[in-house]
Design a protein around this ligand. Structure first.
Ligand code: ZN
Length: 245
Protein backbone atom coordinates (compact mmCIF):
# COMPACT_ATOMS: atom_id res chain seq x y z
CA UNK A 1 0.00 0.00 0.00
CA UNK A 2 1.24 3.47 -0.95
CA UNK A 3 0.47 6.18 1.59
CA UNK A 4 0.77 9.94 1.32
CA UNK A 5 2.28 11.27 4.54
CA UNK A 6 1.59 14.94 5.27
CA UNK A 7 2.10 17.14 8.30
CA UNK A 8 1.60 20.78 9.22
CA UNK A 9 -0.55 21.70 6.23
CA UNK A 10 -1.48 24.89 8.08
CA UNK A 11 -4.39 25.91 5.89
CA UNK A 12 -2.22 26.30 2.78
CA UNK A 13 -4.41 24.83 0.04
CA UNK A 14 -2.08 25.70 -2.86
CA UNK A 15 0.69 23.71 -1.14
CA UNK A 16 -1.63 20.80 -0.29
CA UNK A 17 -2.97 20.60 -3.85
CA UNK A 18 0.57 20.62 -5.26
CA UNK A 19 1.51 17.76 -2.94
CA UNK A 20 -1.53 15.67 -3.84
CA UNK A 21 -0.73 16.16 -7.52
CA UNK A 22 2.98 15.50 -7.15
CA UNK A 23 2.42 12.33 -5.09
CA UNK A 24 0.90 10.31 -7.94
CA UNK A 25 -1.35 7.38 -7.01
CA UNK A 26 -1.83 6.62 -3.31
CA UNK A 27 -4.45 4.73 -1.35
CA UNK A 28 -4.52 6.58 1.94
CA UNK A 29 -3.36 9.76 3.63
CA UNK A 30 -1.68 9.83 7.02
CA UNK A 31 -1.87 13.36 8.38
CA UNK A 32 0.21 14.23 11.45
CA UNK A 33 -1.85 17.26 12.47
CA UNK A 34 -1.80 21.05 12.33
CA UNK A 35 -4.13 21.20 9.37
CA UNK A 36 -5.08 24.74 10.35
CA UNK A 37 -3.41 27.81 11.84
CA UNK A 38 -1.14 30.32 10.05
CA UNK A 39 -2.69 29.90 6.57
CA UNK A 40 -5.70 31.37 4.76
CA UNK A 41 -7.80 28.34 3.73
CA UNK A 42 -8.61 26.14 6.74
CA UNK A 43 -12.05 25.00 5.54
CA UNK A 44 -10.77 24.19 2.07
CA UNK A 45 -7.82 22.19 3.40
CA UNK A 46 -9.96 20.11 5.76
CA UNK A 47 -12.47 19.48 2.98
CA UNK A 48 -9.72 18.38 0.58
CA UNK A 49 -8.07 16.04 3.09
CA UNK A 50 -11.40 14.44 3.98
CA UNK A 51 -12.02 13.54 0.34
CA UNK A 52 -9.44 10.76 0.82
CA UNK A 53 -9.16 7.68 2.98
CA UNK A 54 -7.65 9.61 5.88
CA UNK A 55 -6.01 8.88 9.22
CA UNK A 56 -5.46 12.17 10.98
CA UNK A 57 -4.28 13.42 14.35
CA UNK A 58 -4.81 16.76 16.02
CA UNK A 59 -1.80 19.07 16.32
CA UNK A 60 -1.33 21.91 18.80
CA UNK A 61 -2.85 24.48 16.42
CA UNK A 62 -5.89 22.26 15.80
CA UNK A 63 -6.31 21.85 19.56
CA UNK A 64 -5.99 25.59 20.14
CA UNK A 65 -8.61 26.38 17.51
CA UNK A 66 -11.07 23.98 19.17
CA UNK A 67 -10.28 25.40 22.62
CA UNK A 68 -8.71 22.20 23.93
CA UNK A 69 -5.43 23.88 24.83
CA UNK A 70 -4.72 27.42 25.99
CA UNK A 71 -3.05 30.04 23.84
CA UNK A 72 -0.23 31.18 26.14
CA UNK A 73 2.38 28.88 24.55
CA UNK A 74 1.82 30.36 21.09
CA UNK A 75 3.62 33.36 19.60
CA UNK A 76 1.49 36.50 19.16
CA UNK A 77 1.36 35.92 15.37
CA UNK A 78 0.28 32.30 15.81
CA UNK A 79 -2.33 33.41 18.33
CA UNK A 80 -3.75 36.00 15.92
CA UNK A 81 -3.99 33.33 13.23
CA UNK A 82 -5.76 30.98 15.66
CA UNK A 83 -8.39 33.64 16.48
CA UNK A 84 -8.87 34.26 12.76
CA UNK A 85 -9.23 30.52 12.09
CA UNK A 86 -11.73 30.08 14.91
CA UNK A 87 -13.84 32.84 13.42
CA UNK A 88 -13.91 31.41 9.89
CA UNK A 89 -13.94 27.65 10.42
CA UNK A 90 -17.39 26.13 9.94
CA UNK A 91 -19.01 24.15 12.74
CA UNK A 92 -18.71 20.81 10.98
CA UNK A 93 -14.97 21.29 10.58
CA UNK A 94 -14.56 22.48 14.17
CA UNK A 95 -16.42 19.39 15.42
CA UNK A 96 -14.28 17.17 13.21
CA UNK A 97 -11.04 18.71 14.49
CA UNK A 98 -12.28 18.28 18.05
CA UNK A 99 -12.94 14.57 17.39
CA UNK A 100 -9.38 13.77 16.28
CA UNK A 101 -6.99 11.76 18.46
CA UNK A 102 -4.59 13.89 20.49
CA UNK A 103 -2.18 11.08 21.43
CA UNK A 104 0.05 8.85 19.35
CA UNK A 105 -1.71 6.31 17.13
CA UNK A 106 -0.25 2.97 15.99
CA UNK A 107 -1.08 2.98 12.27
CA UNK A 108 0.50 -0.46 11.73
CA UNK A 109 2.21 -2.91 14.12
CA UNK A 110 5.53 -1.22 13.19
CA UNK A 111 4.62 2.44 12.68
CA UNK A 112 3.31 5.03 15.14
CA UNK A 113 1.95 8.41 14.08
CA UNK A 114 2.20 11.41 16.38
CA UNK A 115 2.09 15.17 15.95
CA UNK A 116 4.94 16.25 18.23
CA UNK A 117 6.48 13.43 20.30
CA UNK A 118 5.30 10.20 21.95
CA UNK A 119 6.07 11.67 25.39
CA UNK A 120 4.20 14.92 24.80
CA UNK A 121 2.04 14.42 21.68
CA UNK A 122 0.98 18.05 21.21
CA UNK A 123 4.00 20.08 22.20
CA UNK A 124 7.45 18.56 22.45
CA UNK A 125 9.84 19.36 19.58
CA UNK A 126 12.07 16.41 18.63
CA UNK A 127 15.02 18.55 17.60
CA UNK A 128 17.97 16.89 19.33
CA UNK A 129 19.36 13.36 19.63
CA UNK A 130 18.84 13.66 23.38
CA UNK A 131 15.13 14.36 23.06
CA UNK A 132 14.74 11.55 20.51
CA UNK A 133 16.53 9.17 22.88
CA UNK A 134 14.33 10.17 25.81
CA UNK A 135 11.27 9.44 23.70
CA UNK A 136 12.29 5.90 22.81
CA UNK A 137 10.76 4.49 25.99
CA UNK A 138 7.41 6.09 25.15
CA UNK A 139 7.00 4.35 21.77
CA UNK A 140 5.53 0.92 21.38
CA UNK A 141 6.61 0.46 17.75
CA UNK A 142 10.10 0.62 16.18
CA UNK A 143 9.21 3.46 13.84
CA UNK A 144 7.55 6.75 14.66
CA UNK A 145 6.45 9.42 12.19
CA UNK A 146 6.20 12.89 13.71
CA UNK A 147 5.75 16.48 12.58
CA UNK A 148 5.52 19.75 14.56
CA UNK A 149 9.08 21.09 13.96
CA UNK A 150 8.50 21.68 10.22
CA UNK A 151 12.02 20.27 9.66
CA UNK A 152 12.53 17.04 7.68
CA UNK A 153 14.91 14.82 9.65
CA UNK A 154 15.62 11.28 10.84
CA UNK A 155 16.70 10.34 14.35
CA UNK A 156 17.83 6.74 14.38
CA UNK A 157 19.06 4.30 17.00
CA UNK A 158 20.81 1.57 14.97
CA UNK A 159 20.19 -1.96 16.22
CA UNK A 160 23.92 -2.42 16.95
CA UNK A 161 24.57 1.02 18.46
CA UNK A 162 23.93 2.72 21.77
CA UNK A 163 23.67 6.28 20.47
CA UNK A 164 20.83 7.98 18.64
CA UNK A 165 22.08 9.52 15.38
CA UNK A 166 20.69 12.50 13.49
CA UNK A 167 20.49 12.08 9.71
CA UNK A 168 19.43 14.22 6.82
CA UNK A 169 16.23 13.09 5.13
CA UNK A 170 17.29 13.16 1.45
CA UNK A 171 14.83 14.09 -1.29
CA UNK A 172 13.59 11.41 -3.70
CA UNK A 173 15.58 8.64 -2.01
CA UNK A 174 13.64 5.71 -0.54
CA UNK A 175 14.80 5.16 3.05
CA UNK A 176 14.13 1.64 4.38
CA UNK A 177 12.42 1.23 7.73
CA UNK A 178 15.45 -0.82 8.78
CA UNK A 179 14.54 -3.95 10.74
CA UNK A 180 15.69 -3.75 14.39
CA UNK A 181 16.59 -0.04 14.16
CA UNK A 182 14.44 2.49 16.02
CA UNK A 183 13.56 5.58 14.02
CA UNK A 184 11.81 8.93 14.36
CA UNK A 185 11.12 10.38 10.92
CA UNK A 186 9.75 13.85 10.28
CA UNK A 187 8.53 14.54 6.70
CA UNK A 188 8.64 18.34 7.15
CA UNK A 189 5.74 20.72 6.63
CA UNK A 190 3.41 20.98 3.64
CA UNK A 191 2.16 24.48 4.31
CA UNK A 192 4.96 26.27 6.14
CA UNK A 193 8.39 24.65 5.58
CA UNK A 194 11.15 25.94 7.87
CA UNK A 195 14.29 24.37 6.40
CA UNK A 196 15.02 27.23 4.01
CA UNK A 197 13.40 25.40 1.11
CA UNK A 198 10.04 27.04 0.37
CA UNK A 199 8.70 24.04 -1.52
CA UNK A 200 5.99 21.96 0.20
CA UNK A 201 7.52 19.00 2.06
CA UNK A 202 5.91 15.59 2.40
CA UNK A 203 6.69 11.87 2.10
CA UNK A 204 5.47 8.67 0.50
CA UNK A 205 5.32 5.61 2.73
CA UNK A 206 5.39 2.30 0.85
CA UNK A 207 4.13 -0.42 3.18
CA UNK A 208 4.96 -3.24 0.73
CA UNK A 209 8.58 -2.17 0.32
CA UNK A 210 8.71 -0.75 3.88
CA UNK A 211 10.33 2.48 2.73
CA UNK A 212 9.72 6.17 3.18
CA UNK A 213 10.60 8.72 0.49
CA UNK A 214 10.83 12.43 1.25
CA UNK A 215 9.65 14.69 -1.55
CA UNK A 216 9.25 18.40 -2.30
CA UNK A 217 6.59 20.01 -4.46
CA UNK A 218 6.77 23.48 -5.96
CA UNK A 219 3.59 25.51 -5.44
CA UNK A 220 2.33 29.02 -6.05
CA UNK A 221 3.60 30.72 -2.88
CA UNK A 222 2.40 34.13 -4.12
CA UNK A 223 -1.18 32.88 -4.33
CA UNK A 224 -1.18 31.80 -0.68
CA UNK A 225 0.50 35.09 0.29
CA UNK A 226 -2.17 37.06 -1.59
CA UNK A 227 -4.98 35.24 0.24
CA UNK A 228 -3.22 35.80 3.57
CA UNK A 229 -2.97 39.53 2.84
CA UNK A 230 -6.67 39.67 1.98
CA UNK A 231 -7.43 37.87 5.24
CA UNK A 232 -5.20 40.37 7.12
CA UNK A 233 -3.13 37.59 8.63
CA UNK A 234 0.15 38.73 10.26
CA UNK A 235 2.82 40.07 7.87
CA UNK A 236 5.62 37.94 9.27
CA UNK A 237 3.64 34.77 8.55
CA UNK A 238 3.12 35.94 4.98
CA UNK A 239 6.79 36.80 4.39
CA UNK A 240 8.30 33.62 5.81
CA UNK A 241 6.60 31.41 3.18
CA UNK A 242 8.78 32.94 0.48
CA UNK A 243 11.98 31.84 2.22
CA UNK A 244 10.85 28.60 3.84
CA UNK A 245 11.76 29.88 7.29
ZN1 ZN B 1 2.87 23.16 12.85
Amino acid sequence: MRILLVSDVHANLAALDAVVKDAGAFERIWCLGDMVGYGPQPNECIRRLREFDLVSLAGNHDLAVTGKVGLWDFTPDARDAIFWTRHWLNTDHLDWLASLPTAAVAATPEITLVHASPRDPAWEYIVTREIAKDNLEFTKTPFCLNGHTHQPVIFRKPWDGLKVLEERLPVNTPIPFAPHDLMFINPGSVGQPRDEDPRAAYAIVDLDEMTITHRRAQYDVSLTQKLMKQAKLPDRLIRRLRFGQ
